[in-house]
Design a binder for this molecule. Structure first.
Ligand code: ATP
Length: 266
């Protein structure tokens, strides 16, 4: 049996409240959410619902989180896949997976399909490129062009490398809405830290804005790690609340982890 995760979907409970910062992107997405929630209104007016959205920007900045929040805000079925899951040795297998994924999403509509690392299948085609990859990309284009307006299926793709993508993917009617998801600035880091400490017992003397200043260069994913590490350290010390000392150790740990991977990042 073809075991692949594409056939499974969830109904995320995540909402925009769980996504900190990224105010402009959220504003743009509210429009998309309205398309999904009130699709009849748009159809009656003869308007086409946008199908493809491309999130691009550095890793760990909340692209997956935002996509699941779009599903959560619209009570849509959420299909999450990674481009690399479609990369196969045998010709036609990747294309078939794409077909199955879209079939299922149409059946469960309204749906949000999220394809992370779209560059794994959507990189520019070359004359000498491998046939399997081309077939997979072609199938994705067929699906994007093909679905009619009766089913509300929105496809969100994400990449760290928009420059690698085949232009065919970016044409009108395909992934034609591009949203840049940036690394958080100090204000956004503060918001993200607030979200990730929301359910944690903090020493009231902790200043989240100070922590935001001390975490320059970190992504949302790093900040979520910092909050979690601080909680773990507090537990190990048998404390009932998380103190600034725990956060300082946690920040050091996360920075140490970053420096192993990329010595120039901080
Ligand atoms: P990648 O490009 O590596 O796939 P991504 O951009 O999809 O990364 P996510 O997987 O959405 O990043 O983020 C990882 C985790 O980091 C999230 O589950 C969340 O806990 C935290 N996070 C990232 N950005 C934010 C944000 N803006 N607000 C709140 N939490 C965030």
């Amino acid at each position: 049996k073809d075991q692949n995760s594409n056939e499974f979907f969830t109904k995320p409970k995540v909402t925009f409240q769980d996504v900190a910062g990224l105010e402009e992107v959220k504003e743009e997405l509210i429009e998309v959410i309205d398309f999904i929630n009130q699709s009849e209104k748009y159809k009656k007016m003869g308007a086409k619902i946008p199908k493809g959205i491309l999130f691009h920007g550095p890793p760990g900045t909340g692209k997956t989180l935002l996509a699941s929040a779009v599903a959560g805000e619209t009570k849509s079925a959420f299909f999450s896949a990674s481009g690399s899951e479609f990369v196969e040795k045998y010709v036609g297998v990747g294309a078939k997976r794409i077909r199955t994924l879209f079939e299922k999403a149409r059946k469960e509509a309204p749906s949000v399909i999220f394809i992370d690392e779209i560059d794994a299948i959507g990189a520019k085609r070359h004359l000498d490129s491998n046939n399997e990859k081309d077939q997979t990309l072609n199938q994705l284009l067929v699906e994007l062009d093909g679905f009619n307006t009766d089913q509300t299926v929105v496809v969100i793709a994400a990449t760290n490398r928009i420059d690698l993508l085949d232009e065919a993917l970016l044409r009108p009617g395909r992934f034609d809405r591009h949203m840049y998801i940036s690394n958080p600035n100090v204000k956004a880091r503060e918001e993200i830290l607030k979200v990730h400490t929301r359910n944690k017992p903090l020493d009231p003397s902790i200043s989240i804005s100070d922590l935001a200043r001390k975490t320059h260069g970190m992504s949302g994913a790093h900040l979520s790690n910092v909050a979690n590490e601080a909680a773990i350290i507090a537990v190990r010390e048998n404390k009932h609340i998380i103190t600034i000392a725990h956060f300082e150790q946690a920040i050091e740990r996360v920075i140490a982890g970053l420096q192993v991977k990329n010595p120039t990042i901080l």
